[in-house]
Design a binder for this molecule. Sequence first.
Ligand SMILES: Nc1ncnc2c1ncn2[C@@H]1O[C@H](COP(=O)(O)OP(=O)(O)OP(=O)(O)O)[C@@H](O)[C@H]1O
Ligand SMILES: [Mg+2]
Length: 151
Amino acid sequence: MTDAFHLADEAALMAWGARLAPLLRAGDCIALSGGLGAGKTTLARGVLRGLDYHGDVPSPSFALLQAYEPPDVPLPLAHVDLYRVDDPSELAELGLDEWRGSGILMVEWPERLGPTFLAQALAVQLDFAADGGRDLTARVPEGWTARWPFL
Ligand SMILES: Nc1ncnc2c1ncn2[C@@H]1O[C@H](COP(=O)(O)OP(=O)(O)OP(=O)(O)O)[C@@H](O)[C@H]1O
Ligand SMILES: [Mg+2]
């Protein structure tokens, strides 16, 4: 199942992420696709805001993985950017399986994850809309349909 939304501005995209936040459970992976500047990090910021996290949410472009852990958030959460990861050993070093085992993964440039990981992910695609906002398409996997629609 897929679902589509139009987010007119940054605040609307943040709010979408914040409304998704309370639905998240340990084991969830959110795959964030879209070009440079499409709003992947913005959406992750919204999710963290929705989890009542009020600290900085830096882009993980350079660190590759930003970790958020209790008591700052209800569950461990890793915000990952795989744009610069092209070596499988580098990917392995991030320990994404362990993160997903105990908490939540949000992954920018998730194409590098491989198909088995992606099959179970909530796949969010962000595209630039003609009006300057963003079009969001969510591919909702089976494990998620009972939690949908949420808006
Ligand atoms: N719904 C929206 N409408 C218009 N502009 C938006 C919207 N959401 C976010 N933006 C703006 O677009 C930019 C998105 O930047 P962001 O860092 O979130 O993108 P990204 O997809 O993570 O990029 P990268 O691939 O470089 O990591 C920001 O400047 C933000 O203000
Ligand atoms: Mg980003």
